[in-house]
Design a binder for this molecule. Sequence first.
Ligand code: ADP
Ligand code: MG
Length: 279
Amino acid sequence: MLGARHSVGASSLAFDEDRVPGVVRPQRLLIDIKDAGITFDGKGGRVVAVEKLDAQIRTHEFVSIVGPSGCGKSTILRLIGGLARPTAGRIEIDGETPNEARLARRFGFVFQQSVMLPWRTAIDNVMLPSEVMAEATLKRRDEAMRLLERVGLKGYETLYPRQLSGGMRQRVAIARALSFRPQIMLMDEPFGALDALTRQKLHALLLELWEADRKTVLFVTHDVAEAVFLSDRVLIMSPRPGRIEEEVSVDLPRPRTDATRSLPGYLALVDRILARLIH
Ligand code: ADP
Ligand code: MG
């Protein structure tokens, strides 16, 4: 475990005043996880999915969680997002419980397989959450249009999910998550099912969106290169029962571009994290 854990959140990279003249975005603690764990009791006996989890995530940070399959990455996102309750320790989102934060719509969720209603067009899928919130239709439609444009889907609003490629469906999923106007994006291997080129395009899109409003992003992936490319910090998990074994600060300049992928510093970080996961 790194001794510097509690200071890395203040990484200067997560907050760069120079590129956003006049906009000051001081960071503060947003997600506070203390000694949290979850045990499942099932037919096959008890499964300690996550234990002794400690992490602090600050506003405007982009943090990734990497680890082998089954180590508890999705479970951690579910715990933070208020979709599962810890059986040990505690998690606070800006002083609220995860469930309170979920009910206050602080989270935008994006999963690997976006859940879309097949009988609704792209724009109607984006509008779904705000319909539940019963906002005025015209305003909702305008905002959904604007969001689809932001994710590069202008002109595709009236297509149905079956008419969209996997990458386009994930763009719709991002637009829909943003329609909640969330403070925190919780993304669970959102690009895991996409081909390499599409994934790179979505990396660029996600970073562009993040640079624009600096929502806190918690991004789960088993792709180490993806985690390094996107993040301010990478949390490395051990195999089950999942714990955070190490935190790595990604001190690479922003904005990140395709050129970032050939920087020696980038390659060294990817190697270092891979080596940590293998041992
Ligand atoms: P990852 O996302 O890293 O692949 P998960 O968080 O999905 O891992 O799962 C971690 C472990 O917890 C796995 O062994 C999984 O089988 C177990 N697990 C997750 N959810 C449940 C559940 N609802 N009931 C029982 N076991 C579960
Ligand atoms: Mg998972």
